[in-house]
Design a protein around this ligand. Structure first.
Ligand code: ZN
Length: 110
């Protein structure tokens, strides 16, 4: 499965929302789901969810949680440019593949 559905964002990336009502917001990627091409970004796209009843709250409740959003709606923010940038792939001398900022060349993989 690995490599079949590559995404331009990875867990831990700082991304900016490019469209929708939360456009312009930035956050850290918490989860990526390559099969669905979605990401969950910290503090963005909150959705209300019903929580399962627990011993403490037998009725269940409504909690707000980050919801998945389409990966195409976010772009990785370059720490050097401090803005969302296009990504370029680069192979290092040791064969390791990294993502770099298409603008300044900064390596975006940590
Ligand atoms: Zn850059």
């Amino acid at each position: 499965m690995v490599g079949r559905t590559k995404m331009h964002v990875k867990k831990g990336d700082t991304v900016q929302v490019l469209s929708g009502k939360e456009r312009g917001k930035t956050g850290k990627v918490l989860t990526v789901t390559p099969e669905k091409q979605t990401v969950i970004v910290e503090k963005i796209n909150f959705i209300k969810r019903h929580s399962r009843p627990t011993q403490k709250a037998p009725q269940g409740g409504i909690i707000e949680k980050e919801g998945p959003m389409h990966a195409a709606k976010v772009a990785v923010v370059c720490s050097k440019c401090n803005e969302p940038v296009r990504i370029r792939k680069k192979q290092l001398d040791d064969g390791k593949k990294v993502r770099t900022c298409a603008k300044c060349g900064e390596i975006l993989d940590h």
